[in-house]
Ligand binder design. Structure first.
Ligand SMILES: O=C(O)CCC(=O)C(=O)O
Ligand SMILES: [Fe+2]
Length: 223
């Protein structure tokens, strides 16, 4: 499932990131995907000190975010990279690599983009994700993030004005299967409703429990 995480970075963190961004020495994004014919962007080299500091801020903020555990069940998070798209740049339709090349390599179950500058700063540059023949496009406020399955076909649309800045990372989840992860998300929501004290016949609680029962049955039924 695709999930938006609002306000991952707070005002102080965003301010710190804003001060660090001009110090990042961006290079060609193809450095990590030399065989890609569709990647046309800039990204921070791994040894860039400003990128490392932004990565630490982003990592701490993601780990602290209450929704990350619910949606991702994270086991390992890859290092974060700052990316930059200037007019004419884009990242065409692609699927992310299965393994993020760290040591040891991390299997990418979820991809994550934290938007670092305001949507009014640039035209184009939407992150578009293909889902069932539909295209879902996202351009979030600075500090907000999107989590999406790394199995999806997605792209960054061409930037036609201004500059798009984002921090990207990948997560290895304790639950590899996206459908199983979704059931845990529903269970978490149902539990929260019950703990708050659900009204008798609460329709949301009812549909969540129906979904859990029927989908677990589907998963476990012998055929
Ligand atoms: O910049 C983004 O939002 C994501 C870019 C992307 O798809 C990637 O780097 O694999
Ligand atoms: Fe990607």
């Amino acid at each position: 499932m695709i999930r938006v995480l609002p306000n991952v970075l707070g005002p102080a963190e965003l301010q710190a990131v804003r001060e660090l961004l001009p110090q990042v020495r961006f290079g060609d994004g193809r450095i990590t995907n030399p065989d890609s014919t569709v990647k046309h962007n800039l990204q921070a080299p791994q040894d860039d000190p400003a990128n490392a500091r932004i990565a630490q801020i982003a990592r701490d903020a993601l780990v602290r975010h209450p929704d990350l555990r619910i949606y991702a069940q994270p086991r390992t998070m890859a290092r974060t990279t700052v990316v930059r798209y200037e007019p004419g740049m884009d990242y065409g339709w692609h699927v992310d690599e299965a393994l993020f090349p760290s040591s040891p390599p991390i299997r990418s179950d979820l991809s994550c983009t934290i938007f670092l500058n305001a949507p009014v700063d640039y035209d184009g540059g939407e992150l578009s994700i293909e889902l069932g023949g539909q295209e879902l496009s996202y351009k979030l406020e600075p500090g907000s993030a999107i989590l999406y399955p790394s199995t999806t076909i997605h792209r960054v649309a061409p930037v036609t004005r201004g500059v798009r800045l984002a921090a990207i990372t990948w997560l290895h989840s304790w639950i590899a299967d996206a459908a199983q992860r979704e059931l845990l998300v529903q269970l978490d929501e149902a539990r929260a409703i019950a703990v708050r004290g659900a009204a008798p016949g609460d329709p949301r609680l009812q549909v969540l429990l129906e979904s859990l029962r029927t989908n677990l049955f589907r998963m476990w039924a012998d055929t």
